[in-house]
Design a protein around this ligand. Structure first.
Ligand SMILES: CC(C)(COP(=O)(O)OP(=O)(O)OC[C@H]1O[C@@H](n2cnc3c(N)ncnc32)[C@H](O)[C@@H]1OP(=O)(O)O)[C@@H](O)C(=O)NCCC(=O)NCCS
Length: 275
């Protein structure tokens, strides 16, 4: 093939004679012969150009929790599938795609959270997500199946003035569990409910440990034993330990074989709510 050689706009290294500077975001650059800033690509810092310190809500060792931004959407969609063991290329009617994540941010930016590594080889990548919407439907109303409750994958039922938070989704990538990331994401949502002076927050916590008891118990029996703290469920018991009150088993909530498709209605009432 003939034609001019392609030139990268991100030279891997500055020329020897140039002096490298660092801008306010930590990106290296040098000034070329025409007085222009030329950024130096560093494989570990591709994400710094989008990252803003003021977006960080909480810092854990090597990880930050922040509101999800459009540049996270591919990673979030990937993390969601990984967390539920759904192959990345498999057809999935209830998996969030990057466009859905962007729609959530457009509808309710303060309600979308993610955890991102800020050091090591995975720096800049998402490792957890929490998707939230507002609703005026109280937790005492009949609980609808997941997709109907949220109004489709783009949260068509989000009500900007709804006085309850509804937990649409929460997932931590499998290798990052039991490091306090889920707890951090819950804390961020509790703070949001307090900050918006909402009545509280509810969700259906999936009975993700049911598959281990499927031969002995039906899902209703299993769920009631989890509520009574006779069995520890990796998801619902964790939620009960974070301050949610378990109310009732919700069968046929969403297609999730590990949970027998069922969850438990969990409710947190905001003690600081002022009518
Ligand atoms: C449920 C889920 C979100 C929890 O996330 P997580 O990051 O593992 O949560 P945490 O690490 O904050 O807490 C989990 C447990 O680890 C413990 N833990 C936290 N940090 C720890 C540490 N450094 N060492 C040991 N244990 C630790 C917590 O105390 C908690 O146990 P407890 O409830 O007995 O107190 C995660 O397991 C997940 O994504 N599961 C699959 C998808 C899912 O079920 N989503 C929810 C649908 S409703």
């Amino acid at each position: 093939m003939t034609g001019p050689k392609s030139r990268s706009i991100w030279p891997l290294k500055p020329r020897k004679s140039t002096i490298t500077n660092v801008d306010e975001k930590g990106l290296q650059y040098y000034i070329d012969g025409k007085g222009q800033k030329v950024y130096v690509m560093n494989l570990d810092s591709w994400w710094l150009k989008d990252f803003k310190r003021e977006d960080v809500i909480m810092q854990l060792p090597g990880v930050v929790i922040m509101n999800t931004k459009p540049w996270h959407s591919d990673d979030i969609a990937h993390t969601f599938r990984e967390a539920y063991g759904i192959p990345q290329d498999e057809d999935c009617d209830d998996c969030f795609a990057p466009g859905d994540i962007e729609a959530h941010i457009e509808r309710f930016p303060e309600g979308q959270f993610m955890a991102m590594r800020i050091s090591g080889p995975g720096a800049g990548h998402a490792i957890a997500l929490a998707v939230t919407m507002r609703t005026s439907r109280p937790p005492t109303a009949p609980i609808l199946p997941w997709l109907e409750a949220i109004g489709g994958l783009r949260l068509g039922n989000h009500e900007a003035d709804g006085d309850w938070l509804y937990g649409v989704e929460m997932a931590v990538a499998s290798t990052y569990r039991r490091h306090g990331i889920g707890t951090g994401l819950y804390e961020a949502r509790f703070n949001l409910a307090r900050g918006l002076n909402l009545r509280g927050w509810y969700a259906v916590g999936m009975l993700m440990g049911y598959h281990k008891y499927g031969d002995e118990l039906d899902v209703l029996e299993y769920g009631n034993k989890v509520i009574a703290r006779e069995i520890k469920d990796p998801t619902v018991t964790m939620q009960m330990n974070r301050g949610f009150l378990p109310k009732q088993v919700v069968p046929n909530y969403v297609d999730e074989p590990a949970a027998g498709d069922a969850g438990v209605l969990i409710v947190w009432e905001n003690p600081a709510y002022e009518a």
